[in-house]
Design a protein around this ligand. Structure first.
Ligand SMILES: NC(=O)c1ccc[n+]([C@@H]2O[C@H](COP(=O)([O-])OP(=O)(O)OC[C@H]3O[C@@H](n4cnc5c(N)ncnc54)[C@H](OP(=O)(O)O)[C@@H]3O)[C@@H](O)[C@H]2O)c1
Length: 318
């Protein structure tokens, strides 16, 4: 089958198309014919340095989330799964490929109302956005600041926070991204490539109650400073390259709670199921901003890490 290989860590160009052995359905497992593979930001960081959540020895086929059709089932797996549309994590590798083998228990059936590409876009980002908005304990009227608000996770948090009755301040880089956030319902948009941006947020809100921090670094630190007493700082990413450096003592001194959510595998599964259900009900809509052929994974990574992307980026195998 066709796949994309990572043979050394480095720039996007280290992702090269090639051949890989066809996976087989061992007992308890299935083979999925992949239509779409998602790319998350952290996969670009892993590709660059090998750091982050994905352990793996090189060479490897990267990719942690796919959707497609069940093409083979191993012993112990109900045969009626054959031909069904599913999405699944791959356990950290193997997703940039025409076929994957996974545990049958890892599959999510795609609701009839949800197109397959939308489900793939929600698999990780919907899980994370649901988890973070729940961890924040959003209340009606909360003033919420969302960083990278036109990104994969950010664009979903904007929608979930609006649905929870929050006033949403969307922060992002550039006019095109702010327009996307406005279309999603953000009440205020600020361009944080303008160094005056914290003042704009203060002028619009006085202070914020919740920060969703997927960027870290200077932007995360400036966002933390915008929190009022009783505020919650929900940190889940470091797209800037570094986590936001705040100590527990600094937060306590400001009467701010640092929220660093953790979840069990069952809870993570429930967050994805919730996102799929919200999409099926028409209340949550991921933005699929970019689609690349499988063989052009390097170009997809280059676009993501250069901040050129909006919403989710998918690889297409067909
Ligand atoms: N996807 C998930 O399920 C998941 C799970 C756990 C954690 N996270 C974390 O959540 C954050 C967002 O993930 P995502 O997959 O949804 O990515 P994304 O938001 O689609 O892309 C990252 C965005 O971060 C912003 N950014 C700020 N500084 C940047 C820099 N120096 N280089 C590149 N981008 C920069 C850019 O938006 P602007 O141009 O608007 O600043 C960029 O588009 C990441 O830190 C990720 O590790 C994601």
């Amino acid at each position: 089958m066709r796949a994309v290989w990572l043979r050394e860590f480095g720039g996007p160009e280290v992702l090269t198309p090639g051949e890989a052995p066809d996976p087989v359905a061992d007992p308890g497992r299935v083979v999925v014919d992949v239509a779409f593979a998602n790319i998350t930001f952290v996969e670009t960081q892993f590709r660059a340095t090998g750091g982050g959540p994905f352990a793996g020895t090189l060479p490897m086929v990267p990719g942690n989330g796919v959707g497609g059709v069940v093409a083979a089932v191993g012993s112990g797996v109900p045969a009626d799964l054959l031909g069904t549309q599913v999405i699944t994590s791959t356990g950290g590798s193997g997703g940039y490929a025409e076929r994957v083998a996974v545990d049958a228990a890892a599959l999510f059936l795609v609701p009839a109302e949800v197109p397959l590409d939308v489900a793939v876009a929600l698999l990780a980002d919907g899980r994370t956005a649901t988890m973070m908005t729940r961890a924040a304990g959003l209340r009606t009227g909360d003033r919420v600041l969302v960083e990278a608000a036109a990104g994969g996770v950010g664009s979903l948090i904007v929608q979930l926070a609006k649905a929870a009755g929050a006033m949403v301040v969307a922060a992002a880089g550039g006019a095109r991204k702010l327009a996307v956030a406005r279309d999603l319902g953000a009440d205020v948009t600020v361009d944080y490539t303008d160094e005056n941006w914290p003042k704009l947020v203060r002028d619009a809100t006085g202070a914020v109650d919740v920060v969703f921090d997927g960027v870290g670094g200077d932007i995360g630190a400036a966002s933390f400073d915008l929190l009022g007493p009783g505020g919650r700082m929900v940190s889940f990413g470091l797209a800037s390259g570094t986590w936001t450096a705040i100590t527990d003592d600094e937060a306590t001194a400001r009467d701010v709670t640092l929220v660093r959510p953790a979840a069990t595998p069952d809870e993570l599964r429930a967050y994805t199921e919730s996102a799929l259900a919200e999409a099926a009900a028409g209340r949550l809509q991921p933005i699929i901003g970019q689609r690349f052929p499988l063989a052009e994974a390097a170009a997809a990574h280059a676009a993501i890490q250069s901040r050129a992307t909006i919403g989710k980026t998918l690889l297409e195998t067909r």
